[in-house]
Each structure stands twice: as C-alpha cells, then as structure tokens.
Write a protein that binds this ligand. Structure first.
Ligand SMILES: [Fe+2]
Ligand SMILES: [Fe+2]
Length: 147
C-alpha cells in the first residue's frame, strides 16, 4: 500500500463518521421500529470498534493516537441530519452503496497479500462490512411495503 499512514487516517475517519451516522439513524427510527433501531445501533457499535482498531494500528505503527473522534462522529450525525428529507429506503440504499464500496476496497487491499497490522485489522472488519452491505436486501425483503 502506497501511503499506509494516510489510508489508516482515512479509514479511521470513515468509521467514525459511520458511527455517528448509524447512531443518529438508530435514534430517529428506533422509536417507531425498535428492531430497525437496534440493528442500526449494532452497526454504529461495529463502526466504533473498527475505528478503535485503526487507532490501535496507528499507535502500533507510528506511535501516534488518531484524534478527532468527536468531530468525525459529529460529521456523521450531520450527514444523517442532511438526509432527513429522504425516505428510509433511499437512506438505506445510500448506505448500502457505501458499505459495498468498503467491502470492495478491503478486498482489494487484502489481495496484495501484505500482512501489516492494518491488513490484520481490515481482515477482522471485512466480515462486519459484508453484514452491513447485506442489510439493505434483508430489509427490503422483510418490509416490501415500506418506502
Ligand atoms: Fe466499518
Ligand atoms: Fe460498515
């Protein structure tokens, strides 16, 4: 990987944005639909754990802890707020595209066969991102009438 340090920072940022975004959606929809709220909160917790893994990576490789967690968390919440006018289906579709993209990027990074602590982290993360990416179809098939 060309610039591992930058890649770790970028990944950390995206995970923290995801944490804020999913938790805001979990709050927004959890009242009317506790199952959906719970699922979205689980995704938020996954993304937080992923962010922590990238923080550990950075600490191990470069000796510096990545900061700005609260800021990126807030950016995620704002992203959820900006999506408010969209129907739930459109929000989940957007997230689905982002999650599929994450899966592709992780698979590409793993295909190089490198085995840094970054690669160890993304190997763990991949399983969760696949579950996040699968959620849209799952949700569609369980609530075909909902838009
Ligand atoms: Fe993640
Ligand atoms: Fe994800």
């Amino acid at each position: 990987m060309k610039d591992l340090k930058k890649e770790i920072q970028r990944s950390f940022r995206l995970e923290m944005i995801g944490t804020g975004l999913y938790s805001a959606l979990a709050k927004q929809y959890g009242r009317q639909n506790p199952n959906l709220g719970e699922r979205l909160q689980t995704f938020s917790d996954d993304e937080r754990m992923h962010g922590r893994l990238f923080q550990k990576c950075s600490q191990n490789l470069y000796g510096n802890a990545l900061g700005g967690e609260q800021l990126w968390h807030f950016v995620g919440k704002m992203a959820a707020w900006a999506m408010r006018p969209l129907p739930l289906e459109a929000k989940l579709k957007k997230l689905n595209i982002a999650e599929k993209h994450a899966v592709e990027q992780i698979e590409q990074a793993l295909a190089t066969g490198e085995d840094t602590s970054f690669h160890k982290a993304i190997r763990v993360i991949l399983r969760d991102e696949k579950a996040h990416a699968a959620f849209y179809d799952e949700w569609r098939s369980s609530s075909p009438m909902q838009t």
